[in-house]
Design a protein. Structure first.
Length: 98
């Protein structure tokens, strides 16, 4: 299947790998704030996740464990600038809880 051109996705999406069982949610924080929760998405059993396209602005995307317990991941978080379209490459590799 061809990869959509950057910015043509209709939402935010990615895949969780590694210790994916530790991830309880993907948080989308913003716009333009690291404390305002825009969306909370539960990943599918295969590690994929998708969120509707939020309003324009800067967002931080973070995987969390139980409650909002931080997880060790690569990368620790991703920053997304939403303008005309979404992103489908917001992947995380989960390393653990410590």
């Amino acid at each position: 299947m061809p990869t959509p051109a950057p910015g043509t996705e209709t939402g935010l999406a990615g895949r969780i790998t590694g210790r994916s069982e530790l991830v309880k949610a993907i948080l989308v924080l913003g716009p333009d704030s690291i404390i305002r929760e825009q969306a909370r998405i539960t990943p599918a059993a295969d590690g994929t996740w998708t969120a509707p396209l939020p309003p324009p602005g800067a967002y931080r995307v973070v995987p969390v464990g139980d409650g909002t317990r931080p997880l060790r991941s690569e990368p620790h978080f991703q920053t997304v600038q939403v303008r005309d379209g979404g992103r489908g490459d917001l992947d995380f590799r989960i390393l653990g809880t410590d």
